[in-house]
Design a protein around this ligand. Sequence first.
Ligand code: GLA
Length: 401
Amino acid sequence: MGKQKALLVFWLCLFQAGLGFSEENAMRKRLALTPPMGWNTWNKFGCNVSDELVRSMASAMVKSGMKDAGYEYVVIDDCWQVSRDANANIVVDPQHFPSGMKPVADYVHSLGLKFGIYSDAGSKTCAGRPGGLGHEYQDAVRYASWGVDYLKYDWCNTLATQDARASYENIRAALDASGRPIVLSICEWGKHQPWLWGNDAGGNLWRTTGDIQDRWGGKQKWPSGDCCSNGVLAIVDEQVGLESFAGPGHWNDPDMLEVGNGGMTTTEYRSHFSLWAILAAPLMAGNDLRSMTPEIHDILTNKEVIAVDQDELGREGRRISKDGEREVWARPLHDGARALVLLNRGSSEESVAVDWKQIGYPDHLGASVRDLWAHRDLGQFTGKFSAPVASHGVVMVIVRP
Ligand code: GLA
């Protein structure tokens, strides 16, 4: 081959390889064009997972109207696995999943829902069950054979020398090789700034912080003395500056919802849910769907708030003003409107205001304002909008010119 021809072949190969990669990544992105929505066992049930629990929750997801509101994935978090067999295949806990995992996945699918599971990039999961390290391809094939649609991959018990990006690229490649489209949820708690590489590594979402706790306030040490569990406000503060890393197919994940788990007031849960929607966060409910109060049900199924979370433009909202305990968060929507959360972190009612110029509109512009919790049009406003906001509460509106 002449030198020139060889060079041409070289560039063609390179081009094709590049094309292959971007096509593959585009395919993975299509798995989560809007933030994934579903339910996960961890926040309410911890290690108490079983066939019966998962089936009853999937069925409650349909009966309660959660499925109609957009919730799709039923995800079993830690503790479904007990060991590896003589061939190193992962063994499902025979006591709590007596028929294995596939029948559970089949049942979830029969309801028109999708099925998710959890593992870990280290030798053991955070609860000390067998992890995926060294078994990525073997596990991925098994997950695919069960019908897994979503994998949350944790970061406990990894090696000191283990590279986070390479580890997640590895499990992504293993999932792709399984031939089944599987959403990849990166869960390394923001330790290695996954917002910088999570998208290129083929992740569809990545945790940005340590674990959420069912609490309004800031950071608290765990009972062991380790740092730290996060209340809603601590998590929200840590999202500032990460907005531009999210987009269709790849989302910042401020952790799963605690709505309905009993540690916060209804007002606080409404704020938690509104902020997650403004942040384009994955909406993974974490409460018992079989026994929700009407108030909690109305929060989790508020279709107007969910529509903001799922807006097709996929732009994460940002904090556009902070004045002591009063904050305004804004998110541009696909039709040019803005979703706003007026937040009052303080202990008494406050008036919270926003000027049009803060949301990129000219002063003279008239716009309609709709309250997404009252489900009411509030009328036409020009140049600014303000509203009284209860302590720890929000007013969530759409401003539409
Ligand atoms: C970590 C994760 C949690 C949960 C537990 C399970 O703490 O961040 O979301 O998956 O592990 O052990």
